[in-house]
Design a protein around this ligand. Sequence first.
Ligand SMILES: NC(=O)c1ccc[n+]([C@@H]2O[C@H](COP(=O)([O-])OP(=O)(O)OC[C@H]3O[C@@H](n4cnc5c(N)ncnc54)[C@H](O)[C@@H]3O)[C@@H](O)[C@H]2O)c1
Length: 495
Amino acid sequence: MTSITKAACIGGGVIGGGWIARFLLAGIDVAVFDPHPEAKRIVAEVMANAERAYAMLTGAPLPARGTLVFCETLEEAVSDADWIQESVPERLDLKRGVLNKIDAAAKPDALIGSSTSGLLPTDLQRDMQHPERLFVAHPYNPVYLLPLVEIVGGEKTSPETIKAAIDRLGPIGMKGVHIAREIEAFVGDRLLEALWREALWLIKDDICTVETLDDVIRYSFGLRWAQMGLFQTYRIAGGEAGMRHFLAQFGPCLQWPWTKLTDVVDLDDALVEKIGQQSDEQANGLSIRELERIRDENLVGILQSLKGGNGGEGWGAGKLLKDFEQSLWAKGSVASEPDLSRPLRLVDTKVSPAWVDYNGHMTEHRYLQVFGDTTDALLRLIGVDLAYVEAGHSYYTVETHIRHIGEAKLGQAIHATCQVLSTDDKRLHVFHTIHDTATGDTIATAEQMLLHVNSAAGKTVAAPTDILAKLRPIADAHAALAAPDGAGRQVGQKK
Ligand SMILES: NC(=O)c1ccc[n+]([C@@H]2O[C@H](COP(=O)([O-])OP(=O)(O)OC[C@H]3O[C@@H](n4cnc5c(N)ncnc54)[C@H](O)[C@@H]3O)[C@@H](O)[C@H]2O)c1
């Protein structure tokens, strides 16, 4: 798969900000042009939400965050980018003007995606000098969490552009889906608009309130849609006879007066006020940012449970997350020639908002997570990486003893070190310490025993010589260090 090396985002609002966060968290440098006087603040707020969501989403080693630059001109922003994403307001004249400027200033082989929700790419590319590299890349809000991008070409878009665009989305954890023919609003917004139109009628006609309508979705078919979509859900609804039976049973209903779909509701002042008021009541005082954070936590939960779906293989968006994480684990390596004269520094991180409890302190299980990440980093260092685990062997942790000595607070920079206490061909005995990076003080320690196993057989076996050859020099060097304070302690033991 080919990767994006430098991105430019033209427009940094709701959607542009989401793209910026998606790129930065995938380690890609981003140049932004947005004349809005508060563009930096708005992007920073989206980025804060995105970082919080990623901290909950994955324990895989994310690449170093890309650098973010705000440019004075569009030309400066796009000049050396290889993916340019246009996310300016949904007006054809405005978008055309912006895209023509991008076209004139970009590298000839740069890919140019438009976030438009419904304009035709053929209309967007009409006046471009190099229209073959323009395509619609329609994402979903929040772009940093929802993986889908509808990729739509216009009459002048080349097939190579479509392929290149889809290829480049994989490494940033997204799924590009090619829509075979361009139509207004593509596939997603066609569906959403049909549903929305019907929903507006239901509110206008006092059939239900906005809250009841949302409940009908979120307690029922909304849950089904997230994991199987529409057609596969209906296949199951057809019983053992499947889809054909479902069509025979419910197809005729389409002719009944079940829906008002073709009529467009008049969104007059009274209806706008009615919906606005019901929506305010439903929000119950929660701000948009608060609702965004709740939404993100829920989406993370859904994605994580889908990751464990299909007997652990992953399902739908969860399978995509699993694949993305595996690519991160495969890439995430630590220095190959570590300094053995001291405990190995293996993890550097910050206490994220998702890690703190109501007191603003790092919550208990996050300590184990950081210690687990430290162990994983040690294992990768000695060659026990994803490929090794997939081939059927691994080290399993069989015992952990954690001591809480200091406190880690929200936003605090922390790092973890590891001292190997002893090892033989099956056992690996380690001592980890989490430090306050600013002062070096100890915040917590963990002593762990790991055993080398044949995972399929579920049996302890000797580690192979190439793994031991990497482990032993570390263990020998660490044997010369002083025993760490607290090594060998048990719960409640007197000092
Ligand atoms: N909001 C959504 O849920 C959603 C979902 C998918 C796609 N989209 C599409 O994304 C695009 C942007 O929508 P949004 O919701 O982010 O809007 P928005 O109003 O939040 O952001 C638009 C941004 O573009 C900036 N801008 C205006 N003129 C500009 C110019 N000439 N050059 C650079 N920046 C300029 C504005 O200052 C603003 O920050 C639209 O095409 C929209 O259809 C929106």
